[in-house]
Design a protein around this ligand. Structure first.
Ligand code: SF4
Length: 372
């Protein structure tokens, strides 16, 4: 079963997916959640997972989350307490056992950006250290290399680990890079391709479904950027409730406009691929452009650098192909000319044509089959 089938469960009964994972693994699965440069936002996002919630998922999957620092308290046992680790001040022990000892690592989840630069007088990766070993601090870059080489699957959760995110934005004094680049620089090969779950933060349900899939031993179909196609094939703009306003050239002047399109205010929905407008967030309730603010492009591989910034400037790239700006689009919309100008519109026309051609040839095949 591929990720598409897993996703079909997602809408109805995700518990079936997790139950299958546990059965397929026949026991505990050992997971390390490695923090690097970031703000733990993806961990907080995971705590908002709703169907199932995080504890339910860990139980159903029979996962032992041997190291997940922000959540490692005796009251919040995600496997590490039952694995025999007893007090919070020893929380680095399971991490060191996994990286330097014989403790197994089935899945390595990386949250945050690896910083591979060397500070003055230091070594590569010394900008970020986690815990101590033999009385010395251990740099996170070394932990990443050891754990990634050992794990069956590496999942880069969130924009920082998948694409560098804010720590790798222009300036970047610590030489922060995506997980894939950090591993490539170190010459580390992984057993399976690194899975990139973009987003600031990563979507908790997409993360759980992806983990459920790899824990069953099924690597999801990935696009050329290493993202599961199931969650990163859509253009946010296409499913936006304000798409009709965009088509009519009705552009909001302020963010409290209940119906107008936010393009002129800087919305990055037309250039951002993700299933936000399909699965939505917070138990399927809403997503950015539906809830009020615009899309910031937090899942765009360049976020927060251009073309996702400046944040409050309209994306000129798209109409610029036609020598138009948003005002001109509004004008021509007013006189009945197709307002959906832009690369995405052309893309749509081509996709539609292709779809029609496919449907026509399928119909021809059906007719031929019927007549035989
Ligand atoms: Fe929605 Fe933004 Fe597209 Fe407007 S530009 S339709 S607000 S995604």
């Amino acid at each position: 079963m591929g990720i598409s089938a897993v996703v079909s469960f997602y809408a109805g009964d995700i518990h079936k997916v997790f139950a299958q994972s546990a059965k397929a693994n026949g026991g505990k699965v050992h997971l390390i959640w490695l923090p690097m440069a970031g703000d733990s936002g993806c961990t907080i996002s995971m705590l908002q997972a709703s169907s199932p919630d995080l504890i339910g998922a860990v139980e159903d999957l029979q996962v032992s989350a041997d190291f997940w620092q922000p959540l490692m308290t005796p009251d919040y046992d995600l496997g590490w307490v039952s694995a025999g680790y007893t007090t919070e001040d020893r929380s680095q022990v399971p991490l060191m056992n996994a990286a330097f000892g014989n403790a197994p690592v089935d899945v390595l989840v990386v949250e945050g950006t690896p910083q591979i630069g060397a500070p003055p007088g230091g070594s590569a990766g010394d900008y970020c250290t986690i815990g101590e070993r033999n009385g010395k601090s251990v740099n996170a870059y070394e932990l990443l290399q050891r754990l990634a080489a050992k794990a069956s699957y590496v999942v880069a959760v969130g924009q920082c680990s998948a694409f560098g995110g804010i720590p790798a934005a222009k300036g970047n004094l610590t030489h922060a890079v995506p997980v894939t680049e950090a591993l490539k620089t170190a010459g580390v090969t992984t057993k399976n391709p690194v899975i990139n779950l973009a987003g600031c933060p990563a979507h908790p349900d997409w993360t759980l479904v992806t983990l459920a899939s790899v824990l069953q031993g099924f690597a999801p179909d990935l696009d050329e950027l290493g993202r599961p196609k199931a969650f990163f094939s859509h253009i946010i703009h296409d499913g936006c409730p304000r798409r009709g306003a965009y088509g009519k050239g009705q552009f909001a002047q302020t963010f409290d406009d209940p119906v107008g399109c936010f393009w002129k205010l800087g919305c990055k929905g037309p250039i951002t691929q993700s299933a936000c407008s399909v699965t939505k967030w917070n138990n399927g309730i809403s997503f950015c452009t539906q809830a009020g603010p615009m899309c910031w492009g937090c899942m765009h591989p360049n976020f927060p650098d251009p073309p996702t910034s400046p944040f409050f400037a309209q994306v000129e790239l798209i109409p610029a192909y036609f020598g138009l700006n948003a005002d001109t689009v509004a004008e021509i919309a007013g006189i009945g000319v197709a307002a959906a100008v832009g690369v995405h519109a052309v893309h749509h026309a081509l996709a539609k044509k292709k779809r029609e051609q496919t449907e026509t040839s399928e119909r021809r095949r059906d007719v031929k089959g019927d007549s035989q």
